[in-house]
Ligand binder design. Sequence first.
Ligand SMILES: C[S@@+](CC[C@H](N)C(=O)[O-])C[C@H]1O[C@@H](n2cnc3c(N)ncnc32)[C@H](O)[C@@H]1O
Length: 316
Amino acid sequence: ASRQPMPLECWRKSANAMRRWAVSPSLPPPAAFAAATLGLGVGPPQARALASAATSPPLGHCSPPCPRPRRRRSLCSSSPSSAAMTALAVEEARRGRKQLGMDPPLYDYLLSNVREHPVLRDLREETASMRGSQMQVSPAQAQLLAMLVQILGADRCIEVGVYTGYSSLAVALALPESGRLVACERDERSLEVAKRYYQLAGVAHKVDVKHTLAVDSLRSLLECGEASSYDFAFVDADKRMYEEYFELLLKLVRVGGLIVMDNVLWYGRVADPLVNDPNTISIRDFNKKLLEDKRVTISMVALSLICLSISYLFTY
Ligand SMILES: C[S@@+](CC[C@H](N)C(=O)[O-])C[C@H]1O[C@@H](n2cnc3c(N)ncnc32)[C@H](O)[C@@H]1O
């Protein structure tokens, strides 16, 4: 597909954001760039290096006049120009590319085999331009969540970490008319988008939105006597709370139900002994405890692979 050249002012804004991020480990990556690098299977250290390499002005934008000779730093001779990089980032976010360790052509192929509800597609496209869009689950992941809900015959579900509602909408669409999804999210602005799309998809009556800290919502469900009354839970929020969410959900979800925890591979960081930030340590510890936890049966998966195999099971 042909792409229009990016206006210089837009390019400057994204280049500045990327440059700030490249030198400040405490800052989150610019959303679209993070989506692009994750989609490409690039880990955070390489992504940061790429961001720093990709911030020289794009070809054709600094002449005339050009105050000093341009030096393009690049990681390898085939590094794309920054304009191409930024355009790619936007495209990646728009297309919902997010898959650990899968190269882009194969992931494109996978995405082209996802059945995505039109309202989910619209939500994904609207979210792509929003801050934090890289947090959204991919269409393939959402399809798997919906399928798990259907296989379970789930009627009552919980989601921790709604953002703009992509995964919760996929689950709500898969629920029967009598179904109920308790959707926990602390951010009001994201929830406004989510609620709008629940309405558009005609599932708002199935979703019970809890706008507060998720841990408080889960505790209050237990206080209301709802122990063992849920079939399915999906956790996709603050990683340092995983253990606490898991313990609460273990009480809320019935025996034979399913708890899905997102990001347990944490973009590969859990396997890198040099990465020891609090989120990574927390997920690593959580995975270790779960491995030894005899109360549950576990399966840690690179999501899209299980998605394909389950699809084929159903096809034949
Ligand atoms: C990874 S995003 C969720 C993405 C969502 N599942 C989707 O597919 O679009 C995580 C969300 O969790 C929310 N969150 C983080 N900590 C939370 C907390 N303690 N209580 C409730 N929500 C929280 C954030 O505001 C953010 O919107």
